[in-house]
Structures are given as C-alpha cells and as structure tokens.
Design a protein around this ligand. Sequence first.
Ligand code: COA
Length: 313
Amino acid sequence: MNGLKIVGMGRGLPVKHVTNDDLAQIVDTNDEWIRKRTGISARYYCSEDESNTTLAYDAVVEAMRSAGISASQVGLCIAATVTPDYAVPCVACRIQEQVGLPDGIPCFDINAACSGFLYGLHLLSCMPVDEERPFALLIGVEELSRVTDMSDRSTCVLFGDGAACAVVKLKKDGEFYSHIGARGNTEILNIPGLNKGMSYIHMSGREVFTFAVDIVEKEIERLEEESNYSLSDMDFVVLHQANERIIRHIQKKRDIPEEKLIVNIGYLGNTSAASVPLALYELWKAGRLSTGKKIFTAGFGGGLTWGSAVLEF
Ligand code: COA
C-alpha cells in the first residue's frame, strides 16, 4: 500500500452563480423551500465557453502551482466524473494534452458518481509508484447542469458545476486508511446517457437520503472497528455535500463539534465527484491544514457507491 500526502490543491468554478430566486423564475419552487430542505442558496452553472474540461484545467493549474511542481513531475492523472465532455478521450487524457503531462504516464477517468474522489484516493493507495515522478493529480469535476432537467423541481435545485484537484505525493510502502463499496441499483439514481440535452438525472430523493445517512454511519463504524482511528481523533470531517440535512443528521448522531464539520453546499450545491475535494480546498486555502491534522472524509452516490478515507497532513 502507498502512503498519500496532499501537497497542493486547486479549484475551477464557472462564472455564472445561479440563486434559488433565479430558479424560481424557471420552475415552481422558492428560496425558502430549497434552503430549508437542502441548505442550498445558490450553485454555479457553466456558460457556453465553459465546460467540464475548462473547470478541470483551472483546478489542475492552480493545484500544481500551489504544490510548487511542474507537469514533468506528475506520474499519474485520474479524473473522477460522470459528465466528461467526450466519451473518448477521457478527461484525464485531455488534461494530459492541455497541461503537457509526461508522455507515457497512466491517465484515466473513474465513474463512481459522488463517491468518485474517494474511489480515486483508494486507487492511488494501490497504484504502482513512479519513483522519478511521485506526484499524482486527482481531479473531481462535474458539469451537472448539462444533465439537469430544468423542468424537474425535485432535482434541478440540487446540483451545480465545479472542479477541484489535489496534487498527491505517493510514497511506496506507506500507510493509508480507505474503504470503498458498491451496491448495484439503477432505479434509485441514474443518468441514462451522455448526449447533451437528452439525458437527465433521475432520482428517488427519499431513498437516496435514507441510503446516505445509513452508509455514512456504517463507514464511521467501519473506521472505528477496522483502523486505529476514532472519529473523535479527527480535526475535520468532510462529507459529500448532497444535502445539509444529511450532514446535520450525522453531526447530531455522532456529536461532531461544529468547528470540525465542513459545510459548503450553501453556495455550491451538490457537485457530485467535485464536492469532497471542493470542501478540502476550502480548508487548504484557509491554511487550516497544518502538519499533523487529520481529516475523515466520506462520500456516497449513484451506483450505488460509497467510500471513506483518512487524510493526514
Ligand atoms: N420546490 C418546492 N417544492 C418541491 C420541490 C422544490 N424544489 N421539490 C419537491 N417539492 C415538493 C414535492 O412535490 C412534494 O410535494 P407534495 O407533498 O405536494 O407531493 C414535497 O415538496 C415533498 O417532496 P419530497 O420529495 O418528499 O421532499 P423531501 O423532503 O424528501 O426533499 C430532497 C427532497 C430531494 C431535497 C431530499 O429527498 C434529498 O435531498 N434527498 C437526497 C438527495 C441526494 O442527496 N441526492 C444526491 C445523492 S449523491
């Protein structure tokens, strides 16, 4: 197993910020309902000249700059997404081309929906390490506005676009706690295809809610049973930002102090694979991740998929 250390972070957000009042002009909804049921006040949507790839590019450039590394030092690039611009080439290969990552390194995408970043961390702990190029790029990126049915009020208020990238230094024969899992189910949450304007998110909100709180609680129990960590050892808890009520439920159940919990769904909405790294980015940018800090992070989503990890700084 490899040890993982995040040494840089970056993000990419579209320019257009869409408020609940903006959505109330399009569908039968209102700011009060959305905020009370989800905690969301606004979200970002890509405009014509923005896309999954432009968001990923912005995140990668900032992350490499913050890590102080050049493209030639990157030995692996993974993008987690369910909304790539192209079916082929994948986002990671397009980033390789645009950023000038070394020829011959592995670059690929993973589709584990909102758990994508957790799946990516787990994979990084298992991948061969290129000792000459020990840095990996792990990107979470989504353009969910492209697959959002703007006439369906039960889903369109939830999702947003965005990207974040972590530069991860890999160390052979290290230690890293992570866990991933899945339970194949097409009914509860699906996006049938990738054709622009033709394929929308379908979701049974209540069932997803029940699944989410149950699986996050189980991931916390697993952490405490199968590792030497306990949740109270953690300096921060970063959960997938799907609905603030899900996060608050877990907070109450596990008595998580407010200052340890990261909640940024209010201005971003649910950005699927980008949600966990976008929350980590905020901690990083605020300078709250000094050496020795520990973060428990967990995600859940379509597939159904889930995952959790402990990041040590
Ligand atoms: N504005 C106003 N009313 C709305 C609405 C909206 N945007 N969306 C739904 N409603 C209405 C429904 O039509 C329903 O009306 P009715 O009682 O007259 O039939 C009522 O609100 C309750 O709908 P319901 O779907 O039962 O609400 P809810 O409390 O379950 O909240 C979600 C809906 C989607 C916010 C909630 O189920 C949720 O967040 N689930 C998890 C979703 C998720 O995390 N998805 C991503 C997973 S990665």
